[in-house]
Design a protein around this ligand. Sequence first.
Ligand SMILES: *Cc1c(COP(=O)(O)O)cnc(C)c1O
Length: 372
Amino acid sequence: MFIPLSSPDISNLEKKHVRDVLDSGILSSGPKQKQFEDLICRYTGMKYAVAMNSGTSALHVAVKALGLKTGDEVITTPYSFIASSNCLVYEGIKPVFVDIDGYTLNLDTTLIENKLSDRTKAILPVHIFGQTCDMDAVLTIADKYKLFVIEDACEALGASWGKDKAGTIGNVGVYAFYPNKQITTGEGGVLVTNSEQIFQYALSIRNQGRAENNDELAHMYIGYNYRMSELQAAVGVGQMERLPVILSKREQAAHRYLTLIKDYKLPVQVPFVHPISSISWFVFIVILPEGMNRAKIIMSLQENGIQTKPYFPVIHLQECYRELFGFRKGDFPVSEEMALRTLAIPFHSNITLLEQQYVIRHLSNALEEAAC
Ligand SMILES: *Cc1c(COP(=O)(O)O)cnc(C)c1O
């Protein structure tokens, strides 16, 4: 038995859209990209969507579109995938980390105000593992101090905060489509906004900074090639058409895990869902008891064909961040502790009950062995 950590959910619909693109002869900047962006707008209720070649690219464009620049500071979380703060470092912006809350694993918003300076220009919350950060608190602080809000919703398509969808609450939101996300385009990302100005800038900068009249050889900005291909967009169109089904399968799989974990009385903590937020299941994380030998558990599961991943490691202790900013162990204790205790177990929309039982049975054994 081999149970992968994640697996994309691709149907004949996506294959048909890809075949249509191949037959059409238009492989980039064509109608599928537009259709994909329209589907994103319709689903999120946002006015504008700009598809790009990765979530990281879309975050980078979001940062530039807001005019953030060298010397500015942005409040963000150290407990995330590194792209959420790399997009700041690209522009010489200092990521000012704020520790997380140990239950939701999102930014502890009560700590933000202490970290503000006259260089702070924005807050960049990450909706970690598909759970929306406390956006009421983020918006209150942003309004009070006139800060922009960039939502890294790369793990949170389908999540919400109250009646608002994650990614639609700040000035700009970004979703990503790497194969382990809720939906995939192979590689890809999309920026959403209600600002016409940000929209126009993003359109231009993803395409070498071309002028608005789309003159192929007139350039207003130093832009990038952050374009999404029609093949990627075709996969995305099929995935968006099936989004409700995919999200509901993930929700059911997550609840099967929650039930199994209870039945087996596993001594692990499961995601605490904030009462105002609804989670869109990106991965399934268990939080191991304090001091438990995680490496041993990973090994033992691996021997039984079960893939797991110890994530996320904290960003501030990565070699490159220590060197650039002088971060040290102990700077963000909750994030550091959670980084040592969180473990992602196999999770995707087509995981079966039998596979989940197998995972939980072996996890239960591994936990007992590690406790001795
Ligand atoms: C996936 C992800 C991204 C974007 O990743 P890409 O691989 O560039 O699409 C950004 N932030 C977070 C938190 C992510 O999980």
